[in-house]
Design a protein around this ligand. Structure first.
Ligand code: HEM
Length: 358
């Protein structure tokens, strides 16, 4: 080391003088400092730091995903970064518990000083949503609360391909659904029909069911049949898609289902892991929305939020209204038991032992 170079110390490296002087309770300016405002500030700041790390990992995941083909090495790297995001989400979900040590009355000591500031204005949170796949929510009313600069930044972010969109492209390119003279979907259709015909027999021969119970169960089976139909008929799938029942393209859905069904094959193990990780990210985010909405109800009941939304009711609506990878969860509708799965041709099985180049 050069003699002139000053020795690096912990505090300088971490910029602690900046970091530890960035907690400035609003209540002090109005007379007496509200004790719990420090916790409120530090909790939010910690969240923002973790959001920064999530975005950092997400940019790298998006970059990797944007260049196809994805070989095993890249998929592995992708998966380790996704895993890190999931672990961080686990930690920030727990942090709500610390916030809840503040009572509603303690919160009221400084709540009004915060108006009109609100979590609505967390640019990093919105960017995480956009980058994951919620760019179609960009025009929702909460965007009105951002500064001009933040709005432009978010609009630009929304123009970039999201993780959801890149996933769709990657899945839709999967090469192994038609193989020489073997069409997987014809065989799968037949296996599904055999399974459903068998179910009809079981219902009709069940001595415990009376006629109306039998009719009820047969009707339910018919709607299952209709769900399956859209797998084998692209037009039907599109109709379901227009109703908002699917977001993934037809081709991507078929590929994702194939991965789920044959996930034991060496070639499909990493893609299967990746699909599960995306579901974990969605589940953790949904969990956060739910924990946060409940905490808000506990803190302010049915009062409106400092950002001007209806508060708890608005936040509750985002729990189911802002799912990102729900399609992957819904694939379970189309699973059939392993014992009924079509056998794949030997050559295809052999190919699935290696990594694809598509
Ligand atoms: C006492 C604690 C808290 C209360 C009472 C509270 C209240 C609210 C309310 C009422 C909203 C709806 C927007 C509005 O009208 O203001 C909101 C949104 C939000 N809050 Fe909190 N919050 C609390 C803690 C936190 C924490 C610790 C974070 C962590 C970053 C956070 C992040 C957010 C985000 C990102 C939104 C936007 C959510 C969306 O639009 O989907 N909040 N909060």
């Amino acid at each position: 080391m050069n003699k002139e170079t000053p020795t690096l110390c912990y505090s300088d490296y971490l910029k602690l003088p900046i970091l530890l002087n960035a907690q400035v309770p609003e209540s002090t300016q109005y007379g007496q400092q509200a004790h719990d405002e420090m916790l409120f500030i530090i909790t939010h700041q910690t969240y923002e730091l973790w959001f920064k790390q999530i975005l950092y990992e997400l940019y790298s995941v998006l970059d990797l995903f944007a260049v196809l083909p994805l070989d095993e090495k890249k998929l592995y790297t992708l998966s380790t970064r996704l895993r890190r995001i999931i672990k961080i989400q686990g930690v920030i979900n727990q942090q709500i518990n610390i916030m809840e040590t503040m009572t509603p009355l303690d919160f009221l000591d400084f709540r009004d000083y915060l108006i009109p500031a609100s979590g609505f204005q967390s640019r990093q949170f919105r960017e995480i949503e956009l980058r994951l796949g919620l760019s179609h929510h960009l025009n929702s009313f909460s965007y009105g609360r951002f500064s001009k600069e933040d709005k432009t930044y978010l609009e630009n972010s929304a123009q970039q391909p999201s993780l959801f969109e890149l996933l769709d492209v990657w899945l839709a390119r999967m090469p192994f659904l038609e193989f020489q003279d073997f069409s997987f979907w014809n065989s799968y259709n037949k296996a599904v029909q055999d399974m459903l015909d068998n179910d009809v027999k079981i219902i009709k021969n069940n001595p415990l069911l009376n006629t109306s119970e039998q009719d009820f169960q047969l009707q339910a089976l018919q709607s299952t049949q209709q769900n399956f139909d859209c797998l084998f008929d692209k037009n039907k799938y599109r109709q379901f898609q227009q109703k908002g029942l699917f977001k993934l393209s037809y081709e991507a859905t078929l590929a994702a289902l194939f991965i789920q069904l044959y996930r034991d094959e060496p070639l499909l193990q990493l893609p299967f892991k990746l699909l599960n990780q995306l579901m974990d990210i969605d589940a953790e985010l949904t969990q956060w929305r739910s924990n946060h909405a409940l905490m808000v109800q506990r803190m302010v009941g049915t009062k409106i939020g400092t950002g001007g939304s209806s508060g708890h009711d608005y936040l509750k609506s985002t729990i189911s209204g802002k799912r990102i990878f729900a399609d992957l969860f819904n694939l379970s509708t189309f699973l059939i038991p392993r014992s009924k799965l079509p056998e794949l041709p030997a050559l295809l099985i052999r190919n699935l032992g290696f990594y694809p180049t598509a």
